[in-house]
Ligand binder design. Structure first.
Ligand code: AAL
Length: 364
């Protein structure tokens, strides 16, 4: 038997047929149609409240110039100088922007430069927004944190917590004073530089705050960026969140969508690392197993929490929001503008048939 055939038997590939599927993308109407000069990106999961769909996202205006302009005020990236805005829709296709939900803090606050990449949790009559924060100046070596704001209604008013709920591990050492994130004396933990893309999931009686870690002196791995995720766990939605000793809990995933599936937690990752493009499942929300490989996972996807996500593994992804880049001709990626798009996900057809074919082959 060939190595591949042995591996297929050992890993029992066909057992997870229902986890395989494919994405399609489409543009949106109303305020989510591409608008020149405006960035709308990183949409949260979609909540269905009183007959309307709602999402929260990062919004900014104007050009981005990258690092090294010499002007500390110049917008660095599309997600620099952003605030959290929100929008609603009757049908998920035509969206109406409703205004700003949470804006940057006062000068000197931990979030005085940018707030971005939000996620939302509705729990016990309250809404919890979590998002990344940057304190000025925005340099290569700046350490991002995670903030939280709480409201009684999706329309706010939002009250920010005084302090970040999650910070980067403080155990790496920069080499010299040059603003170069690759020069280190010691790398530190997988999240020694940044904590990003927070997502809140309730698991049992605990609150799991999943996040992407970036490491000081980041290296490449499997031909891509060294990016892994961690989880921090709390007894109450507002924390304190304690990082799990099992971190990192993934080996990949620039952006992850994470959702409750039956008694456990499911996730799908896009970009970076050897397990990019996989759907994974965990009973305890910490130890994830690869269930399937998915082609072309859209960027920054958010699921729709109002669907019956327990019907089958990809049900929570039946549709949701994501973003695309519009890059003006002759410009670099960071000079582009993002706009929010919709995706749909469908299980692959014929999965039952291929399962029976494999079982038959093994018997032969
Ligand atoms: C995204 C996310 C975070 C990063 C940047 C904006 O893909 O991982 O949000 O900070 O890129």
């Amino acid at each position: 038997m060939s190595a591949a055939s042995k591996r297929a038997l050992e890993r029992n590939y066909h057992k997870n047929e229902e986890w395989f599927g494919h994405f399609r993308k489409q543009t949106l109407k109303g305020d989510f149609a591409y608008e020149p000069g405006v960035v709308r990106r990183d949409p949260s999961k979609v909540l269905f409240i009183d007959g309307l769909y709602y999402t929260w996202y990062s919004k900014s205006v104007g050009e981005s110039y990258g690092f090294g302009t010499g002007d500390p005020d110049a917008k660095v990236f599309p997600w620099d100088k952003t605030q959290i805005w929100y929008a609603s829709s009757k049908d998920g296709e035509t969206w109406k922007e409703l205004g700003m939900a949470v804006g940057e803090g006062q000068k000197g606050d931990y979030d005085d430069r940018s707030l971005f990449t939000p996620e939302i949790l509705a729990y016990n009559g309250k809404y919890y927004l979590v998002y990344q924060t940057i304190k000025a100046p925005y340099t290569n070596r700046v350490k991002n944190q995670v903030g939280m704001a709480i409201a009684d209604s999706p329309h706010g008013p939002w009250k920010k917590l005084d302090k970040p709920i999650l910070s980067a591990a403080d155990n790496g050492i920069w080499d010299g004073n040059e603003d170069n994130r690759f020069l280190v004396k010691k790398q530190g933990d997988f999240d020694s530089h940044k904590v990003h893309d927070p997502t809140l999931v309730i698991h049992g009686d605990k609150f799991h705050l999943y996040y992407k870690g970036e490491r000081m002196g980041e290296r490449t791995t499997a031909g891509g960026r060294e990016i892994r995720w961690g989880v921090a766990i709390a007894d109450n939605p507002q924390g304190p969140y304690i990082k799990s000793e099992s971190n990192p809990i993934t080996q990949s995933g620039h952006e992850l969508a994470i959702w409750n599936y039956r008694d456990g937690v499911a996730m799908i990752s896009c970009k970076d690392g050897p397990e990019q493009g996989t759907m994974q499942y965990s009973n305890d929300g910490i130890n994830f197993e690869i269930m399937s490989y998915i082609r072309e996972v859209p960027d920054a996807i958010g699921t729709v929490m109002s669907l019956d996500g327990d019907k089958y593994p990809g049900a929570a992804l039946e549709w949701g929001l994501s973003h695309e880049y519009h890059i003006p001709e002759g410009k670099q990626w960071f000079e582009g503008y993002n706009y929010i798009t919709k995706f749909t996900f469908k299980p692959n057809r014929g999965s039952k048939r291929s399962e029976s074919v494999m079982v038959q082959k093994e018997k032969d």
